[in-house]
Design a protein around this ligand. Structure first.
Ligand code: UD1
Ligand code: CA
Length: 476
């Protein structure tokens, strides 16, 4: 760590830790789920904040303060850490057992911050749209200050903390909405606290013991550090962030969540259009921040593409499809009303309409899974077709296979799951039940309506059903 005389950090040292305050319940969001796990276009608020911070130059560690439903929030932080940019790193979570305010949150994190590089960027976990360029600018401008925070100008300061400045414009304090008193603090300002702070850890250590909870909420406020730092003669900066005010606003209520989500959705659609993706009804297309859609792919709204999905150039996704961590290869066509999760659709495949690919479904190139076909942990070989009303679970289907309408792999015996293997070039007649474990050999033929309980050798016809009997009809 580079220190300059007097104990302050060198503004030239770019390193810092980032701390996400995510321990609160979010009482203004009437849901049992922790507020930071509410989603915007398929990604949690925590995930979005985490990604913005992890991508910031100089950030050594992203720490997450958890408390309310700590296990759920910790699991999400782990997922965020795995996503990168250093996927091998575990999430750094600190538990705030009782949530006694944002100042108390910082007190809880202090021992861990002491192991860090001397500076910390503290961000409320409920600001999911932080723009990275502006965040980077804030960090640069804040360098060298003991305490800096981002401010916004709003016509109506609402429930946000008010920034109080002295006559020459120096920051004097942040006063929370509930505690603001015009007689004491002057006319209400339009400048508010965005909930993003850069702190020198030495300064924080000196100031935190002076925090009290003597306010209308009975909580320890991180914002009270400002007046305390000013009183100590420390360097304090309230840095206005100029552009894109909405992106810095915290999300507290369902209405605010809806506004933030729509803003993210619109931004993603605009980015895709600009990059060369063809969007029909772009107003109804929801593509998560982490999903990739290549230029030249074509999407029809409404459709939803979430998680780490990838859609290749020339692929076509028709309306009413939901993709979650799904890969769709070049030139593939996913027709309306399909649901794909943790599944792979190879190049030039055809899916749906009304197909469901569950986790572990893999369609090799040029294969077809048609209407009302469900696949789970199943591979459909190159050029194979299961075009109607079929369930393939725990199955391995070779290339060039025709799976007739109504074929079911009976993979579950009530206790265990078993595999079905179908060799290359086999033909499975309609309405066949394949009772697993079972293997149908290459180029075998299974008669329609069969219940196959024994392996079928290659090049063999298997019929497993009652013989048809024709008898003269009785009259009268
Ligand atoms: C806070 C600021 C306010 C600012 C606004 C910006 C304080 C006291 N006020 O208000 O000045 O204008 O953000 O959006 O900080 N949290 C914890 N532990 C706790 C309490 C909260 O981790 O004990 C977390 C919450 O999960 C949340 C974040 O801190 O992610 C902010 O808390 P919240 O209650 O939303 O603060 P605001 O009232 O919005
Ligand atoms: Ca908030």
């Amino acid at each position: 760590m580079t220190h300059i005389p007097g104990g302050a950090l060198s503004p030239a040292d770019p390193r810092l830790d980032a701390l996400i305050l995510a321990a609160g319940k979010g009482t203004r969001m009437p849901s049992p789920r922790p507020k930071v796990l509410q989603t915007l276009v398929g990604e949690s608020m925590l995930g979005l904040v985490y990604a913005a911070l992890a991508a910031l130059p100089g950030v050594e560690r992203v720490l997450t303060l958890v408390g309310y439903e700590a296990d759920l929030v910790r699991a999400e932080a782990e997922r965020c850490a795995r996503r990168g940019p250093r996927p091998d790193e575990a999430a750094n979570c600190i538990e705030q057992v009782e949530q006694r305010g944002t100042g108390h949150a910082l007190m809880t994190a202090l021992p861990e911050l002491e192991n860090g590089c001397g500076r910390v960027l503290v961000v409320n976990g409920d600001t999911p749209l932080l723009p990275s360029a502006a965040l980077r600018r804030f960090v640069t401008e804040a360098a060298g200050a003991d305490l800096a925070f981002a401010t916004l100008r709003l016509d109506d300061p609402g429930a946000f903390g008010r920034v109080v400045r002295d006559r020459v414009g120096q920051v004097a304090a942040i006063v929370e909405a509930k505690d603001y008193d015009e007689a004491r603090h002057g006319r209400e300002p339009h400048e508010i606290n965005a909930g993003v702070y850069l702190l020198n850890v030495d300064a924080a250590r000196r100031l935190l013991p002076k925090l009290t909870n003597d306010n209308k909420s009975g909580e320890y406020y991180i914002t009270d550090l400002v007046a305390l730092a000013v009183a100590e003669g420390m360097s304090v900066l309230g840095l206005p962030v100029e552009a894109d005010t909405d992106a810095w606003l915290g999300v507290n209520t369902p209405a605010e969540l809806a506004v933030a989500e729509e803003s993210l959705r619109r931004r993603r659609a605009a980015e895709l259009l600009a990059s060369g993706v063809i969007l029909h009804s772009p107003g109804a297309i929801r593509v998560s921040l982490f999903a990739e859609v290549e230029p030249g792919a074509e999407l029809f709204g409404p459709c939803e593409i979430y998680g780490d999905s990838r859609v290749a150039a020339g692929a076509l996704i028709e309306s009413h499809c939901v993709l979650r961590n799904a890969v769709v290869g070049a030139g593939a066509r996913v027709r309306s009303f399909c649901h794909l999760e943790d599944a792979v659709v190879g190049a030039a495949c055809q899916v749906g309409p009304y197909a469901r690919l569950r986790p572990g479904a893999v369609m090799e190139e040029e294969s077809h899974a048609g209407n009302f076909v469900e696949m789970k942990k199943a591979r459909l070989g190159k050029g194979s077709k299961a075009n109607h009303l079929t369930y393939l679970g725990d199955a391995e289907v070779g290339p060039g296979v025709n799976v007739g309408a109504g074929t079911i792999t009976c993979n579950y015996d009530g206790r265990n799951k078993h595999r079905t293997v179908i060799g290359a070039g086999a033909f499975i007649g309609s309405n066949t039940a394949l009772v697993a474990p079972v293997t149908v050999g290459e180029s075998a033929l299974v008669g329609a309506g069969s219940v196959i309980t024994k392996d079928v050798p290659a090049e063999t016809l298997a019929v497993g059903r009652g013989r048809q009997v024709n008898v003269p009809r009785r009259k009268g």
